[in-house]
Structure formats: C-alpha cells, structure tokens
Design a protein around this ligand. Structure first.
Ligand code: MYA
Length: 587
C-alpha cells in the first residue's frame, strides 16, 4: 500500500478511524466478535546455526572498528573501510560481501534494528500513539509465522513454518459471524469491481487527521489486481448475508520475489479493508487467515506486504517524500504549508519545473520496448536484496497495460491530461545512434479524496514506480553496460571492483537518476499532477533532496509472511549511498 498524502508538517500514517460519517447500510452494530485463533498456525522456533557467516563476522569487525558506532555512516568512514579492504590479499578481495554497497547496507540495517529494539522497549518508534503493543500483545500476530522480535543474530534466513502440502490445508473457509458470507470477488465483472471501488473509496487508508483518503480508481484496481497469473480465489470478500453488500476485502496477487539469493514464490497482499462500522471486531485476522488458506490451496506459502503501522516484525522501513507540483492547491488543502517568510509567488517559483523534458532520446515506452526494458529492469533490480523478478509479460502488464486508451486522449479523471483511464506513465530513453534503450522510468497515478475540501475534492498524486538505468552497471564504457555478462553491480567480468570504481559507478548512477527524475517531474506537472510522492526504497534517495522533495512524516514497513530475513535498509534514514535494500514497489 501507499499513503494517501501528508503535509510536510503533519504525520501521515494509517488510521483506525472512529469516524461515523459513512453509510454502513444495515449491518451497523450487527456483529459480536469473530473467533480468531482457530486453525492458527503455530510459530516454530528457528534453529540458529552456531557458525556465524563470513559476512556477519566481517560486519561485526567493521562495526566495532567504527568510532561512535554505525548510527551515521559518513563517506569518509566507508572510504577508510574500503581502502583497507582494497589492501587485502587478492583472494579475500574477491569476497562478494566486501563491497561498498554491502558494507553500507549492513550498517544501515543495524540502524533499523536499533529503532525497532527501541520501539519494543518503549513504544517510541515512528507512530508511538498507535502502537503501544509489545509483540506478545498481538493476539493474532503472535499466532502467525512471522518473526515475533528482531533477531540481530539471525542467520537462518528462510521459511519459518515446517514445509506443508496442500493436503494439510484446511478444506473449508474459516467461520464468520452468522450475519456474513464469504465471497470471491470477480474483478473481471465491472459491477463487482465497482463494489470494491465503492468499499475502498469510503473506507480504505486515511491520513492521520482523516483529511485525505486513497481513491484507487476502478481502472487502477483492474490493473493492480490482475497481473499475469492472477488467481481469482485470492480476491476475498465478505458480504452481508441479507443485503449482499460488500463490507470487507483483501487481495493477493502472485509475484516471484528474490530475497537475496533465493527465489520465493509469494503472494503480494494488499487492499485489506473493513467497513468503518465493522472495525475492531476481529474481522481483519479472519480475512488474513482466509486469504492465507486460499494461497496455501494453490501451493503458495509465503507472502509480502507493506503496512503503514508497525506489526511483528518489519524487515525494512521506508519513508515518504513529497514533491510539490502545485503550491496553491497543496497549501489550500493543508497538504503543504507556506513558510512564514515566503510569498505564494515565490513558492510557485521555487517549485516550478521546466515545460520540456531535457534527456535526449526520451520518449513514451511502447510494446516494441518490452524485451529491452525487461533485460534492463531485471538487471537493475539484481542490485537490491529484495526485489521482484518480472518476466516480459509482467513488464508488459505493469508498464503498458495501465496506459489506458491511447485513442482517447484528453482530460482523464479530475483534470489529468492523458489517455482515458490511464494509470501508469512510462518512458524510455533510446540512444539516438544505437537505438538501444539505456534507461526507463515510470510512475503511477493514485488520487486521494480530500475529505474536508469543497474547492479541491481530489488530490492528484503521482508515485514513483520502477525505473532502471544502465549507468548503474559496471563497464568502462557505459554504452556497453547492459550487454555485459555480469549481473552483479560489484563485479566486472568476475573481478571485484575497487572502491574507487564503485564510487564512480554510484556517482554516474546518481547523476543519471537526477536527470531522469527531473524529466518525470516535467511530464507529471504537464499532465496536471499536484504532487509527486516517492518512498526512500530503490535508489530514490539519490534524487529526493536535489529535486526538492520534502520529507513526509509517514513510514511504510515491509513484511514477509512465513519467511525470515535479516533486517535491511529501506533507504531511511537517508545517507550518501543513495540506495537501499528494497527493490520492490507495492502500489
Ligand atoms: S495495508 C492497508 C490496511 N488497510 C487499511 O488501513 C484500511 C483502513 N483500515 C481498515 O480497514 C481496518 O482498520 C483494518 C483492520 C482492516 C486494517 N495489516 O479486525 P480488527 C491487526 C495487518 O479488530 P480493524 C494492507 O492492505 C491488528 O494488529 N494486520 O481490526 C496489507 C490486530 O491484530 P493483533 C492488521 O481495525 C495487509 C487485528 O488486526 C492491520 O477492524 C496485510 C485487529 O483486527 C493491517 N493493516 O481492521 C495483511 N491493521 O491483535 C497481512 C490491524 O495481533 C497479510 N491489524 O495486534 C499476511 C499474509 C497473508 C497471506 C499469506 C500467504 C501465504
């Protein structure tokens, strides 16, 4: 999930709203509680290997050598560390663990560990008022195969539960209170898709003060819920028995996720929503268990999901950033604040972007680009610890199928200029001489309802999606980069890169990303978006500051179900590496 919006002065996070203002139909107050623990999966303790991995030993040594610990990781320190690494005998230098990105990611992950440790001790992490529970207080989550606490010594990465077969799966749905029925929502049926839209548009994620709520459009949902290989039974709904009204929903879609070196077949869980009048009745746990059962029934035992709140236990945390593209509107709706010392005219000037893109070879992505974009993106995402592995048909789906109806251009939705029903905007950079695709960028459109504004009922927000540039790859000649045999960013022809070489690549990648993202802002503003939102995952840190993204207060936490992995960097706190361990974007 994403976040509906935030002023740079107000906290963005998910809200368990008490609001009474939405229509609940006849089901209001009709339920007692749902029994939640039946069929709960027992958590198996993971056996820790006694032997510590080579990487861990290296990190421990580096960490203990750092003056003042690893809280801030200045380049000078990394320089020193990497210079020492460069001096090592050749056989040790080829160790994959000893490159700058790995050293930095490990040090940053230690930061996350510290923050989460402090959360569980004093409830002080990110959203203290909403999350006072210790792991043991999570009546539902403590029964699930998720890490209950952060284990800084974790070495046995992998599935948590013992392996099961489909025969072990409960054959019948979990019981619901007698007023409700399960349903599979057929999102191919426009009427049922509209029902999901209606539920989410009134009851899905809001910001902290309930001033904004996501408004995922029907075309967005149609795109997000039906990637190649989608499983109809993973679109789980709850209806009121008498009226058939849809009052709760959860969805899964398939994704091949690479977690470090392992390929994990997962479901990506999203759009969990319970009608406001049915909150706090333990329907969420039963929805989660039912979608888990549906996944298990087709042999899927792991899942990935993102949530704005802290549950047991995130493996990474990213922060939201916001680039103002329409100061008068954002200030009017309270999303941004006009600094006391600034006039509106100056603010508009401050956030103005050029009217034309400047990258030579920049053009819309088309069907003929799918294969090249696939090669480029797959290789780019290999640089992250956790990332999807998309086949070409998935690239085609995520990048092109969301582009709407190109034969019907004009005003799309609330003033967005684009194709009718356009959800994604995707661009490639084609080398004018070789015609090779050297870069690709994309963003998606996710409006929010501005609940309290009459003048501006909709906030048009663009969100950074996937991108890739061949400047991230090691090659003496960048134009050769994407034909290089090596898939790793830290080796060239099997040779470990020196720190200087790594830094040269990092600088080239950052410079290129700034150019590309600057052009994304140009097309987003020209299309009429009010704000461009970005998380700190992927390499987004590289461009946020320079392109005038402001820090939001919302965080997004990444979770794996039935899979343990060491905590890793979600790109926050920002540092000069410009990168993170998270190569996944969940819409
Ligand atoms: S994140 C978006 C979530 N949606 C919203 O925020 C929309 C607005 N809010 C609501 O609709 C409700 O407040 C929801 C909770 C439905 C969120 N993820 O029924 P309850 C736990 C996981 O009385 P309600 C997204 O879509 C809570 O800690 N658990 O609460 C990804 C407590 O458990 P415990 C959550 O407020 C979803 C229990 O539920 C969340 O009426 C990933 C209380 O239940 C949350 N966002 O309803 C789901 N919020 O006592 C996990 C609360 O233990 C997928 N809770 O603390 C896991 C993988 C499954 C597939 C596996 C396949 C192998």
């Amino acid at each position: 999930m994403s976040t509906p919006g935030a002023s740079t002065s107000a906290t963005i996070q998910e809200l368990h709203s008490d609001s009474e203002n939405e229509d609940a139909g006849s089901e209001s107050g009709a339920v007692e509680t749902v029994t939640t623990e039946e069929g709960g999966v027992e958590v198996k303790a993971t056996k820790k290997k006694k032997k510590r991995s080579k990487a861990k030993k290296t990190m421990d040594k580096i960490k203990s050598a750092l003056p003042g610990g690893d809280k801030d990781i200045p380049d000078e320190i990394l320089d020193r560390v990497m210079q020492e690494v460069d001096k090592l005998p050749a056989d040790q230098k080829t160790d994959q663990d000893l490159n700058q990105d790995n050293v930095r990611s490990a040090l940053k992950a230690m930061n996350l560990m510290r923050m989460l440790e402090s959360h569980s001790k004093n409830g002080g992490f990110v959203e203290p008022e909403a999350h006072k529970k210790d792991a043991g207080d999570h009546k539902f989550w403590k029964t699930q195969p998720v890490p209950q606490v952060l284990d800084p010594e974790l070495e046995a990465e992998g599935p948590i539960d013992d392996a099961k077969t489909i025969a072990d799966v409960r054959p019948t749905p979990y019981p619901l209170p007698k007023e409700f029925d399960w349903c599979t929502v057929d999102v191919d049926d426009p009427k049922q898709l509209q029902e999901v839209y209606d539920l989410l548009s009134l009851h899905y994620v809001e910001d902290k003060d309930a001033s904004m709520r996501f408004n995922y459009t029907a075309e967005f949902l149609n795109w997000a819920l039906k990637p190649p290989g989608w499983v109809p039974s993973w679109h789980v709904g709850i209806r009121v028995k008498t009226t058939k009204k849809l009052v709760a929903f959860i969805s899964g879609i398939p994704v091949n996720l690479r977690v470090k070196k392992n390929l994990v077949k997962c479901s990506e869980i999203n759009f969990l929503c319970v009608h406001k009048k049915l909150r706090s009745k333990r329907l969420a746990p039963v929805l989660i268990k039912e979608v888990t059962r549906q996944c298990n029934l087709v042999g899927i035992w792991q899942a990935i999901y993102t949530v704005g709140i802290v549950l047991p236990t995130p493996f990474a945390t990213s922060r939201y950033y916001h680039r103002n593209l329409n100061p008068p509107k954002l200030i009017s709706i309270g999303f941004a604040v006009l600094p006391r010392a600034q006039t509106m005219a100056r603010c508009i000037k401050e956030y103005a972007v050029p009217t034309e893109t400047s990258t030579p070879g920049w053009r819309n992505m088309e069907e003929r680009d799918v294969a090249q974009v696939g090669v480029l993106l797959r290789r780019y995402l290999e640089r992250f610890d956790v990332a999807p592995v998309y086949e070409d048909d998935e690239i085609r789906h995520w990048m092109l199928s969301g582009q709407g109806d190109a034969s019907n251009k004009g005003q799309n939705g609330e003033g967005i200029k684009g194709n009718a029903k356009q959800v994604t905007w995707c661009y490639v950079v084609e080398d004018p001489e070789t015609h090779r695709i050297t870069d690709f960028v994309s963003f998606y459109s996710l409006p929010s309802t501005v609940i309290k504004s009459v003048q501006y009922p909709i906030l048009n927000a663009a969100y950074t999606f996937y991108y890739a540039t061949d400047r991230a790859f090691p090659a003496s000649d960048p134009s050769q980069a994407s034909t290089s045999a090596s898939g790793s960013s830290s080796t060239e022809g099997g040779r470990q890169l020196t720190f200087t070489e790594e830094r040269r690549i990092r600088d080239a990648r950052e410079a290129r990303l700034k150019e590309l993202m600057a052009d994304m802002l140009v097309v987003a503003q020209a299309a009429g978006f009010d704000v461009f939102n970005s998380l700190t995952g992927l390499d987004n840190q590289s461009f946020l500051k320079e392109l005038k993204f402001a820090t939001g207060d919302g965080s997004l936490h990444y979770y794996l179900y039935n899979y343990r992995v060491q905590p890793l960097s979600g790109g926050w706190p920002l540092d000069r590496s410009g990168t993170s361990g998270v190569g996944l974007v969940m819409v």
